[in-house]
Design a protein around this ligand. Structure first.
Ligand code: CO
Length: 159
């Protein structure tokens, strides 16, 4: 395992539409392991492959208990709307209010190439939508209705 460099802000790879994974190679497994390690080291909730400079449809994300990985993820249905604060490892120090679907159903492949079906809401639904957006070259700042002010950031840091 190895840490990968996280691409920031106006790096062009963040704006590219990522390519589907077609072959399950040792390099893919290495990428998944490295992405998980990089996400945890950076204290993030999720990471998409374009953020480490790889324009492939691969994401990792986590909650308090588990790390999840998903290849070629697709949101098949979504409902409800919730607004909450989001940040992104590619935008250190920047946070904004972002409306997202409250509940999503998604599919994708695991590292063995087997189909996974997900039905998630709340925090995980938000992270999943944020990471899948990365694969389309969409960043949370595009969807944010408002960015937090320095005073609000300070408060967030203290909580
Ligand atoms: Co992000």
């Amino acid at each position: 395992m190895a840490l990968r460099h996280i691409r920031k802000r106006d790096d062009l790879v963040l704006r590219r539409k990522a390519e589907p994974v077609r072959r399950f190679t040792p390099q893919l497994l290495q990428l998944l392991d490295d992405m998980a390690e990089t996400m945890i080291e950076a204290d993030g909730a999720g990471l998409a492959a374009p953020q480490v400079g790889i324009s492939k449809r691969v994401i990792v994300y986590r909650d308090e208990n588990d790390v999840f990985e998903l290849i070629n993820p697709v949101i098949v249905s979504s409902r409800g709307t919730a607004v909450d604060i989001e940040g992104c490892l590619s935008f250190p120090g920047l946070y904004g209010e972002v409306p997202r679907a409250e509940h999503v159903q998604a599919t994708g492949l695991n590292r063995e190439g087997k189909e996974i079906r997900l039905d998630v809401k709340g925090f995980l639904a938000r992270v999943l939508q944020h990471e899948i957006d990365h694969l389309e070259g969409i960043l949370f700042v595009d969807r944010a209705t408002r960015l937090l002010t320095p005073a609000e950031l300070e408060k967030l840091r203290q909580s």
